[in-house]
Design a protein around this ligand. Structure first.
Ligand code: ITT
Length: 210
């Protein structure tokens, strides 16, 4: 493990700024970690995600970025699984409306696809997140999954978060994920749950106090 003074350097293997914010906010008490992102490296590989599983995609991102940076790396593959659409958009969530689609175009496509389903209880969905922690010497040191159940709303609401947050209403809530604060989102989200399960690995393997 590379160190700066007493800080452990860990690369977050994503170019998605929403994910980076969620992860750094969640672990803000881990003062011994210095998080690095693609912006800290001059050149940085683009990782193609070809697999049908969140786990395999996360593993691929973690391995490639860890081998490239030679540092411990945390990768996240996530997406939205909608029951009435046989699990779509799933692993293709970021490119549901096409390879260069914006988050807004992806959301509008999803709302259109669900337009005939008028009963909220039939619009069930879940966010899924697979996290992999990868060490350049030891390979995969941890793998966790987090799931957040909910339903897809009929229109966009809220301005927080990113991606599908403004059309996803978590189970037990009347608000969308985008109407929650960052702290509230991290407590119940798929990513927050996967990160919570990773805490013991950080404490043990990286010798953190918190
Ligand atoms: P990286 O591959 O660089 O990590 P990405 O955005 O392409 O970035 P994914 O392939 O894992 O990452 O796609 C995840 C997509 O799922 C993301 O673009 C959002 O559209 C959606 N998503 C994941 N987590 C989300 C969250 O917390 N809130 C809203 N949408 C989310």
């Amino acid at each position: 493990m590379q160190e700066t003074g007493t800080l452990k350097q860990i690369v977050i293997a994503t170019k998605n700024k929403g994910k980076i914010r969620d992860i750094i906010d969640f672990y803000n008490k881990f003062r011994q970690i210095k998080w690095l992102t693609y912006q800290d490296f001059k050149s940085y590989p683009t990782v193609r995600e070809g697999s049908k599983s969140f786990f395999e995609n996360a593993k691929r991102k973690a391995k490639i970025i860890s081998e490239f940076t030679k540092k411990t790396t945390l990768a996240d593959d996530s997406g939205l699984v909608v029951d009435a659409l046989d699990g779509a958009p799933g692993v293709t969530s970021s490119r549901y409306a096409g390879y260069n689609a914006t988050d807004s175009q992806n959301r509008q496509k999803l709302i259109r696809r669900l337009s005939k389903i008028k009963i909220p209880e039939q619009r069930t969905a879940r966010f899924v997140c697979n996290m992999i922690l990868w060490d350049p010497q030891d390979g995969m040191i941890a793998s966790t999954e987090g799931i957040c159940e909910g339903v897809i709303g009929f229109e966009e609401k809220g301005s927080g978060g990113f991606g599908y947050d403004c059309i996803f209403i978590p189970a037990g809530y009347k608000k969308t994920m985008a109407e929650l604060s960052g702290i509230e989102k991290n407590k119940i989200s798929h990513r927050g749950r996967a990160l919570e399960k990773l805490k013991p690995f950080f404490k043990k393997k990286l010798y953190l106090d918190q």
